[in-house]
Design a protein around this ligand. Structure first.
Ligand code: B12
Ligand code: SF4
Length: 583
């Protein structure tokens, strides 16, 4: 007999649609713990979500409602489009229709969980993996146990928002206050739960159930038909500490490796449902390389053991860092069915990468030669490559951009993505450092937001009343209006007015990037645009090229079709999917 009904809501309205993998993970654990679970997925109800929600609550009375917040915003320095406003609208409507407590979670949510519990006005929140904590919470609610016993749970109480600290965990030395530091020692968890080891939060042994066509569950096949990709997690977390990145904080600072057979069972189950293009959802597939190789060996073993195994038709797409990546890894990837490798190389200049792309100990882990080797190995083994560059970190100049563009274009990757500007988050080393430097009293050159109404002055955590106030300022201004804080190097060649204005747009640098690329190469590059959403850039959210691509039935990583995008856009225009073909 069921212990009670838990409703899981996906409020993600971004298209092309990406299946809410997180909800399959939570459903698997909750069902194993004896709960009935239903998923209310609003992704395909962008227009009629309100009636869909009210029809549901007219019939059903869950004991707990979980809402997944995958993306806070586009995390795109030009578009700066927040999603949490539309999520709040949905949550407010749910609160009107039910008295059941609401718990929020998700990776976007985990970048600023205290601020979002406060903003949404919900009862609970979870930072990081939630499959075990949500079961503990549901159990507490149905048995009447005090939720103060639910380790890791963020609670919204009349006396304020606080977190039930898990047992003492290993956190980075010096992390107190900002969550930034190096080395490791045992210490009490920080009030905000930032930069923690979250391996204990992860179900590492089970195979997550991936269903299709079952009412009130995630419909993985429908997502594949509409979005062309499914996700597969092999491990949780990242042990590295790159200055711009939210993932070690939001997902955990140690790798929570999943059982290899359980992951491959899951991949096989997806493939058996006809879901053949699978994209890793690890922070980086090749970190923890021995585990990655074992996983690939298991796929290859099953393929060889049985010609009818659906894994023989698998097309795998992976996110990687430039190292570790050796000949054996490339061979295994290709043998397992990998079609493409997306590598976050970010830059060519060692002086810029030194304080930016670093391990947990603060040391550099690759040079440009590693990216050259990776691209060569992939192409030798018949795999496509996408190499990503990120411009605008502190110290970036027109000269460093020129050097990087020349070197990256010479790689001759299948596609090269150039992005400009950083979205800052509360617990990224860079976000925390900017708050320290502002110290609540001054702004810093390079801080920018399209909707700022005055200078952006951030306060460090130690000077805030707590994590709510600290986290909020990266998303909202003092009046509560959206102000997504970004950063662009002030050493780039922009007009004085742009550099002085908190809303200044680094448009001359966008022009520079376009000038540096020979038009004959446009088919194989992604370039930033001032609007931040066009068929030329790599902003996925409602991108006209990507919606055409998925509408026309293409599958696989979107960038794999980038070189053909002029023809695909023409095709989309011919069938009336879009109004004008891109230039
Ligand atoms: C793979 C990936 C992609 C692929 C997806 C391919 C696919 N088919 O899955 C592609 C390239 C398409 C993509 C696109 C985008 N992505 Co993306 N993506 C990822 C990545 C690497 C994995 C996401 C994932 O599926 N994880 C696996 C699941 C199982 O983990 P999870 O979602 O975290 O869920 C766990 C917990 O969060 C928690 N949890 C989740 N929900 C809930 C709910 C409750 C109630 C509870 C209690 C707990 C809980 O428990 C879950 C199980 O452990 C993440 C980074 C990362 N390491 O996770 C970025 C990431 C999520 N993406 C991000 C962004 C911004 C985007 C885009 C908006 C970018 C853009 N402008 O184009 C789009 C949005 C697409 C969309 N439709 O939503 C950001 C979000 C950051 C933020 N602050 O919001 C991330 C974190 C990357 C980053 N470093 O900035 N993405
Ligand atoms: S390797 Fe760096 S960029 Fe990649 S997830 Fe880890 S910290 Fe982020």
């Amino acid at each position: 007999m069921s212990r009670g009904l838990v409703l899981l809501v996906n409020p993600n309205k971004v298209h092309p649609p990406i299946a809410p993998y997180a909800l399959d993970v939570l459903t698997t654990s909750l069902e194993a713990a004896g709960f009935e679970v239903e998923v209310l997925d609003l992704t395909f109800h962008r227009e009629d979500w309100k009636s869909h929600v009210s029809e549901y609550f007219a019939l059903r009375r869950p004991v707990l409602v979980g809402v997944t917040i995958r993306n806070t915003d586009t995390v795109y320095a030009f578009e700066q489009r927040p999603f949490v406003g539309e999520h709040k609208e949905i949550i407010t409507e749910i609160m009107r229709l039910t008295d059941a407590p609401i718990v929020g979670g998700g990776i976007g949510f985990s970048t600023m969980p205290f601020a979002l519990v406060d903003y949404f006005g919900i009862d609970f929140g979870v930072k990081g993996p939630g499959e075990l904590i949500i079961c503990d919470l549901a159990d507490a609610l149905v048995t009447g146990r005090d939720t103060a016993t639910v380790a890791g749970l963020i609670r919204n109480l009349p006396q304020g928002i606080s977190r039930v600290a898990p047992a003492a965990l290993t956190v980075p030395a010096g992390a107190e206050g900002t969550g930034v530091g190096a080395g490791a020692r045992t210490a009490l968890p920080l009030a905000g739960g930032q930069h923690e080891d979250r391996v204990w939060q992860v179900d590492r042994t089970g195979s997550y159930l991936r269903r299709s066509g079952v009412p009130y569950k995630v419909d993985n096949l429908l997502y594949y038909q509409r979005g062309g990709l499914a996700g597969i997690l092999t491990k949780n977390g990242c042990a590295y500490r790159c200055a711009h990145c939210v993932e070690p904080d939001a997902k955990g600072i140690r790798f929570g490796r999943r059982d290899v057979a359980a992951v491959v069972d899951e991949m096989q189950s997806l493939a058996a449902q006809g879901i053949l293009d699978q994209h890793t959802t690890d922070s980086e597939f090749n970190l923890s390389i021995a585990h990655a190789k074992n996983l690939l060996r298991e796929i290859v073993r099953r393929k060889h053991a049985d010609a009818d195994n659906p894994l023989n038709a698998l097309r795998l797409w992976v996110y990687c860092q430039p190292t570790p990546f050796d000949e054996e890894f490339a061979e295994l990837l290709a043998a397992a069915g990998c079609r493409g490798v997306n590598v976050g190389s970010d830059h060519v200049r060692a002086d810029l990468l030194r304080d930016w792309k670093v391990t947990g100990k603060g040391t550099s882990y690759y040079t440009f030669a590693d990216t050259e080797k990776l691209v060569r190995l992939c192409h030798q083994h018949g795999m496509l490559t996408m190499v990503e560059a990120l411009f605008g970190m502190p110290g970036e100049t027109p000269q460093s951009i020129r050097e990087c563009v020349a070197a990256f274009m010479a790689l001759d990757a299948t596609v090269t993505g150039f992005s400009l500007g950083l979205r800052l988050f509360p617990y990224t080393p860079m976000g925390a450092a900017m708050a320290e430097q502002c110290d609540g009293v001054r702004t810093m050159p390079g801080l920018q937001s399209n909707t700022a109404t005055g200078p952006i002055v951030l306060k460090p955590l130690a000077k805030c009343s707590g994590p709510v106030e600290y986290e909020r300022q990266f998303m909202f201004d003092e009046q509560g209006n959206f102000r997504l804080v970004c950063y662009f190097s002030p050493e780039l060649a922009e007009d004085a007015a742009t550099l002085d204005e908190p809303t200044g747009r680094w448009s001359r640098t966008v022009d520079l990037l376009w000038e540096l690329i020979d038009p004959a190469d446009h088919h194989r590059v992604m370039l930033p645009t001032l609007s931040g959403s066009s068929e030329h850039d790599n902003n996925y959210a409602d991108n006209p090229f990507l919606t055409s691509l998925s509408g026309l039935g293409y599958t696989g990583a979107f960038w794999a079709h980038w070189q053909d995008r002029a023809a695909i856009l023409r095709q989309a225009q011919q069938v009336g999917m879009i109004e004008t073909a891109g230039s």
